[in-house]
Write a protein that binds this ligand. Structure first.
Ligand code: GLP
Length: 248
């Protein structure tokens, strides 16, 4: 489909959506490209601006396009997939996608664990833990904000590490000899708040995915409790499921 078929039973906005989808699939429109304005699309396809707007808005909601205030509407990157079976860190996930991981450390400090964090880490409240607040980037573009709470004997040594250029998981495993064995993770949908919006460069109220992960080292000992906010329109979580033999 490359033009709007007036006699088609399919609504016009829907036909335009399909035309635009095809332009992305075929590579004519590439990630980061500015798409034509509502007025231009209207003129090109002989439809109203309202119809063009509806098609664009739906593709924004589906995550294929994103809007930048005052600049226009752009084609999104393919969504980044985090599979939920193997325990991987951000750096590994980005590399697996052929993207360049990046980190901005927003703060790194020792501080006493509050009740909620202590419970997740199975330690006494008030015990000193290492808290790391990071902005995570993919090809230089902000993607997530993560707050990690780390507890192990000697965790204060992490204060001296260059966590802007090193993967935390890699450091823990290779330098500190702490194998990361398994993790429990919760996923929750939500909206980007005002502080996060500034870092992630998206409007307040954009879709967000919140994760909370407890990572365990050997002997089932929690080592990290991390809460993260991912830009919801750039991320997909993937699970492969097998059906258990059910008793009849
Ligand atoms: C993921 C997890 C975090 C973990 C991070 C490690 O993003 N949600 O809990 O801290 O990976 O990533 P990296 O090894 O790149 O520092």
């Amino acid at each position: 489909m490359s033009t709007i078929v007036r006699k088609s039973p399919l609504p016009r906005y829907y036909q335009l959506k399909e035309i635009m989808r095809e332009k992305i699939r075929s590579g004519e429109w590439k990630p980061g490209d500015l798409i034509p304005s509502e007025r231009e699309l209207g003129e090109q396809y002989g439809i109203s601006r309202m119809t063009a707007r509806q098609a664009i808005t739906e593709l924004v909601n589906e995550g294929l396009f994103y809007r930048e205030q005052g600049k226009g509407t752009f084609v999104s990157r393919r969504k980044i997939t985090q599979q939920l079976i193997h325990l991987t860190g951000f750096t590994e996930d980005m590399k697996a996608r052929g993207q360049q991981p990046g980190t901005r450390v927003l703060s790194a400090e020792m501080r006493p664990a509050d009740e909620a964090v202590a419970e997740r880490l199975r330690i006494k409240p008030g015990l000193q833990i290492f808290r790391l607040h990071r902005l995570r980037l993919a090809d230089g573009e902000p993607l997530a904000i993560e707050v990690s709470h780390i507890s192990f004997i000697g965790c204060e040594k992490l204060l001296e590490e260059d966590l802007e250029h090193n993967s935390l998981y890699r450091l823990l495993e290779t330098k500190y000899g702490l194998p990361l064995v398994e993790a429990d993770q919760e996923l929750e949908a939500g909206l980007i708040g005002s502080e996060e919006a500034q870092y992630l460069k998206v409007p307040v109220g954009s879709p967000a995915l919140f994760t909370r992960r407890v990572t365990y080292t050997e002997r089932n000992q929690p080592i990290e409790y991390a809460s993260s906010v991912y830009c919801g329109n750039k991320y997909v979580f993937y699970t492969h499921m097998k059906r258990e033999q059910l008793l009849s």
